[in-house]
Design a protein around this ligand. Sequence first.
Ligand SMILES: [Zn+2]
Length: 134
Amino acid sequence: MPSTAERQLARLRARFESHARELGRIGFLLKGSVVQSYKRCSSAGCGCQTDPDKLHGPYWQWTGKVDGKMTTRALSEEQVSRYREWMENSKRFEEIVDELYVFSVEANEILRTAERRPPEPKKHAPRRRTRSRS
Ligand SMILES: [Zn+2]
């Protein structure tokens, strides 16, 4: 392999490895979304029953998958910040994974240039097509 290719490859490998190490430091991950919602209560005569402006809330809730099932959970203020943090971690995690693929595509191109090509498909005499008749 030409030495420039080897240098490029070594540089890619180093970047790959430092990014991969960063993955381990990110922390816990969470997917889903955090939203605010307003609710109607069950007490008769409460303003929320008739006036949308008098709905109770806002309440925070998270929606995402738990054991593969879409789930909605009520969140306290403290939980909101932790959920958001883990969701940020998850986004960063995925960005880094995407970068790892970019480095890998580049490495693959460099290697392919240096590697032996696969054999060309052998050429046969053109085969007569059999037509299916209806
Ligand atoms: Zn109410």
